[in-house]
Design a protein around this ligand. Structure first.
Ligand code: NIG
Ligand code: FE
Length: 416
């Protein structure tokens, strides 16, 4: 495979290392000016400032612009049937998210549409969403099941994720979220659903190697902290790494569970109490915060400054789903990270690259621009890092490179 030299980079901005960065270190990134970066065999071979080395390579002139690692979206509900635009009117009339769910709408209406969709229909729909993500600068994403809530449909969603990972340029990490809601057919028998998950579905997911992570929606009216604990422990017995949707609407103990189960990440954390922050700091859990969901729900924003002060590594992700966040735009998430979480652009960059990679156990290979990591990167239509956090509503990702191949922009496909 031919080498690729990216030359004339105005600013190269990247966190460093192979693990999540916490506290003050979250905001300490490496900045190179007048830089170059050499790619070989899909990996970063070398990078530096000043004159590039003489190399037999295709040359891509970055035009003095900003280069960062490819964005990593560590939390999406990518695979679903239908949409839920009908809920907008209800929201505007003051019906809350949990009220819609309790009436059999919300997640449960997406479950119906997802059960009815064929595997190919789900694949085609998610493919388009992944194309849009790539166009916005995302090179790796996490994707959850959780709109099946029965053995067959959960497996169907996870198989779609596997196929997409194999065929689409964006790499995917799969999470099993069978505990996303109580399915209607188990309304009168919660215990039977919990047993189905722990004794039949989780073992099958593990047997077919369809997921790396197990997540639960720990929330009022959904799954209690005790039930969440039980499901995550069952997942662990089958090698699934725990994640947890915690403190999105009510603080019912989800974030405190992170320490007990050794969760790799906790998600949302909008109303995370101090004890939850302390538990995450102790467990080394990545706080995966989803500001576009707060924005869309009209709720408050997660106490990210307190998390950073307490030494909790923070990742930012989209939460793309048809209910609480019908947006997959990680650039908008970056804007909100600054404006609503009061993070610095440097902290935000770490949040959507290295810390996001750590939230899905990928920090060894992606999330920063360093020798031997995968050559996943974005050339931005921007002179510096501040600019991409400050401009809103435009897509500033100009060239997107995945494993050394140009997937968007000038010279697109030249190396494929
Ligand atoms: O992360 N909170 C639970 N799950 C999603 C929403 C799913 C839906 O409404 O369809 C979330 O916000
Ligand atoms: Fe979510």
């Amino acid at each position: 495979m031919k080498k690729l030299l990216i030359n004339n980079i105005g600013m190269l901005a990247s966190p460093c290392g192979k693990e999540a960065r916490r506290g003050k270190a979250q905001g300490e990134i490496r900045i190179l000016r007048k830089a170059w970066l050499l790619i070989e065999g899909g990996h970063i071979a070398a990078l530096g400032e000043g004159e590039p080395p003489a190399a037999d390579a295709v040359i891509l002139d970055a035009g003095g612009k900003l280069v960062t690692p490819g964005l990593v979206d560590a939390h999406t509900h990518l695979i679903f049937g239908g949409w839920r635009q009908n809920e907008l009117g209800l929201k505007l009339h003051g019906v809350t998210y949990l009220e819609i769910l309790a009436q059999g709408g919300g997640i449960l209406s997406t479950v119906k549409a997802t059960r009815e969709a064929t595997e190919d229909e789900l694949f085609a729909k998610a493919w388009d969403a992944l194309d849009e993500m790539l166009d916005l600068g995302v090179t790796t994403a996490e994707a959850k099941s959780g709109y099946g809530l029965d053995l067959e449909t959960e497996l169907k969603q996870l198989r779609v994720i596997r196929r997409l990972h194999e065929e689409h340029p964006v790499d995917l990490a799969a999470t099993f979220l069978g505990a996303h809601a109580l399915p209607p057919e188990y309304k009168e028998d919660r215990e039977a659903y919990l047993r189905l998950l722990c004794e039949r579905v989780i073992p099958r997911v593990a047997e077919e190697k369809l997921a790396e992570f197990c997540d639960v929606f720990c929330e009022t009216g959904v799954f209690s902290a005790e039930e969440s604990h039980r499901i995550l422990e069952a997942g662990k017995r089958f090698g699934l790494i725990p994640k947890i949707h915690a403190d999105e609407i009510d603080p019912i103990g989800g974030s405190q569970l992170t320490e007990a189960v050794g969760a790799i990440s906790a998600e949302h954390l909008i109303v995370c109490p101090p004890e939850g922050i302390a538990a995450m700091a102790k467990a080394g859990t990545v706080a995966c915060c989803l500001p576009a969901t707060s924005f869309y729900l009209g709720s408050t924003f997660a106490p990210v400054r307190d998390m950073i002060a307490a030494g909790v590594p923070v990742a930012l992700a989209s939460d793309f789903n048809p209910g609480s966040c019908p947006s997959l735009n990680l650039q908008f998430v970056m804007n909100l990270g600054c404006l609503r979480y009061k993070m610095t652009p440097e902290e935000v960059l770490t949040g959507v690259t290295l810390n996001a990679a750590a939230a899905i156990a990928r920090a060894e290979n992606i999330g920063s621009l360093e020798e031997r990591k995968l050559a996943d990167l974005v050339i931005w239509d921007a002179p510096d890092l501040d600019y991409i956090c400050y401009r809103m509503g435009s897509n500033l990702a100009e060239t997107v490179i995945k494993k050394g191949m140009i997937k968007k922009g000038y010279l697109h496909g030249i190396l494929d």
